[in-house]
Design a protein around this ligand. Structure first.
Ligand code: SF4
Ligand code: SF4
Length: 467
């Protein structure tokens, strides 16, 4: 029986591109490479305007802490370094490269070593390749690997792909299952664990079969079919579906022995270890009711969204109403189609001018309880939203605002069409700011107390010195 979690919603799937093989998108004339494509600190540019760069060359470095290197997917010349709006609406330092169409490759090779890499070696190789989580969150993968050392009991490959429309991972499972499996085997070997799970929603029967065939020689691996339900790809729901254990608030999957990687991330890890290959491109689903030919494309990072739309074609007579980077539930609406594809871009959805803004069926919360019944985090979204609306951040926090994974299930189901997620996000931002302020204040007080203590000691020491 397919595994599942409590709560969540069944959504219309719209997996229109499930039968569309991955096509290579031709690299555009100009690529826009933001130095921040991940969670953490931005990378620092290593190039200057006028520099010639090769395909695969590192152009942005993030050597310390939470960050990821950035590489050029083409050979060409750095035209400028500027500040541009990214798909999340942030202004980010961006290296603009003019493609010379020579695809001259910087020579890269696998690191010489005996056998499979250790955790430290794997993390270094993954960091050098600039890999981040490719499921959308873009957490630097080398940091995840290092932080799971000594905690991992199993490695889970998240192949759920539960958002409507997106089929990028699905196609990768069908077309490159070996690379995903090799990445998983490298992770198992590095962590020294013997349980590898490929978790796939049961609307991808062909992928379940393909992966099951590929893992036959490896008894440590298994494919776990999951019931198709949103948000099955959320790490907490994934762990619950597989282990029937809840990750406590404030804890991570690794605290329950689980390290989770997206399917395309696993494939990228295999390429980094086996070929020393940096992350230069990713699979993007392009779909929506404005698009002539919905496709799955292997797209160089830094390609503007407008180029993808031109490539797939706009239906004549349709006026674009909304463009979403990512899925319709958790993706972000775009203001500017010059925003580029980055490591976390799994899809680009182009919808026609939306239905005329209709008035909510009911003007306010009628306490139907649907948001509570379906929240996968077992929260009471109506109360969090109500307190956030009243700027009562303390009570919003008490009702668990910080545990919200922003899946949008509550807002999707709300008959009052209340903007529950927007309210909850606002509460999370304010509570986060308040927590940081308190931490800074506590650190300042501690430093002052230490300073006073040291001054007191010095005074006592001076007084104790005989004249
Ligand atoms: S789903 Fe909407 S109307 Fe129903 S209880 Fe929740 S907030 Fe209120
Ligand atoms: S409160 Fe958060 S986690 Fe719960 S359904 Fe709403 S968006 Fe999802």
């Amino acid at each position: 029986m397919a595994l599942t979690f409590r709560g969540g919603v069944r959504l219309a799937e719209h997996k229109n591109t499930a039968g569309c093989p991955i096509e290579v998108f031709p690299a555009p004339e100009r690529l826009y490479l933001p130095m921040l494509q991940h969670i953490g600190a931005p990378a620092t540019p290593l190039v200057a305007p006028g520099d010639r760069v090769l395909r695969g060359q590192r152009i942005g470095t993030a050597d310390k802490g939470l960050g990821a290197h950035v590489h050029s997917p083409v050979s060409g010349v750095v035209e400028k370094i500027t500040t541009m709006r990214d798909a999340l609406g942030r202004m980010v330092e961006t290296v603009v490269i003019r493609n010379d169409y020579k695809a001259e490759l910087i020579p890269y090779a696998p690191a010489r070593r005996e056998g499979n890499p250790t955790v430290g070696e794997l993390a270094d190789l993954v960091r050098d390749a600039g890999i981040t989580g490719l499921g959308g969150a873009s957490f630097p993968t080398h940091v995840k690997i290092r932080s799971a050392e000594g905690k991992a009991e199993r490695v889970i490959v998240n192949c759920a792909e539960c958002e409507p429309y997106i089929t990028a991972n699905h196609r990768l499972m069908l077309e490159e299952p070996e690379r995903i499996v090799r990445g998983l085997l490298l992770l198992l070997s590095a962590f020294g664990v013997e349980e590898g799970i490929l978790a796939v929603e049961d609307n991808k029967r062909d992928a379940i079969k393909t992966l099951t065939d590929r893992i036959r020689p490896y008894p440590a691996l298994r494919v776990a079919p999951l019931r198709t339900k949103y948000p099955q790809g959320d790490e907490r729901q994934l762990v619950y579906a597989l282990l029937k254990k809840e990750i406590p608030a404030g804890k991570l999957p690794a605290d329950l022995g689980c390290v989770i990687f997206n399917a395309e991330t696993c494939a990228a890890i295999a390429s980094a270890v086996e070929r020393g290959a940096p992350l230069l491109e990713r699979v993007v689903t392009v779909d929506g009711d404005c698009i002539v030919s919905p496709k799955n494309l292997l797209v160089p990072l830094g390609t503007p969204f407008s180029d993808l739309i031109d490539f797939c074609g706009l239906l004549p007579g349709k006026k674009i109403g909304k463009v979403i980077s990512g899925g319709p539930m958790m993706g972000s609406a775009q203001f500017d189609l010059m925003a580029p594809v980055v490591k976390g871009t799994s899809a680009l959805l182009v919808f026609a001018e939306s239905r005329p803004e209709k008035a909510p069926l009911l003007p306010r919360c009628i306490r139907c309880g649907r948001c509570v019944a379906h929240c996968p985090m077992h929260l009471m979204p109506l109360y969090i939203a109500r307190y956030a609306g009243a700027k009562d951040w303390e009570n919003a926090g008490r009702y668990g605002a910080m545990s919200c994974v922003e899946c949008g299930s509550c807002a999707y189901l709300c008959p009052g069409e209340l903007p529950l997620v927007q309210y909850i996000r606002m509460a999370k931002t304010k509570i986060g700011e308040e927590n940081r302020r308190k931490e800074a204040e506590a650190a300042r007080r501690l430093a002052e107390a230490k300073g006073a203590g040291e001054a007191g000691n010095n005074k006592e020491e001076k007084e104790a010195v005989p004249s």
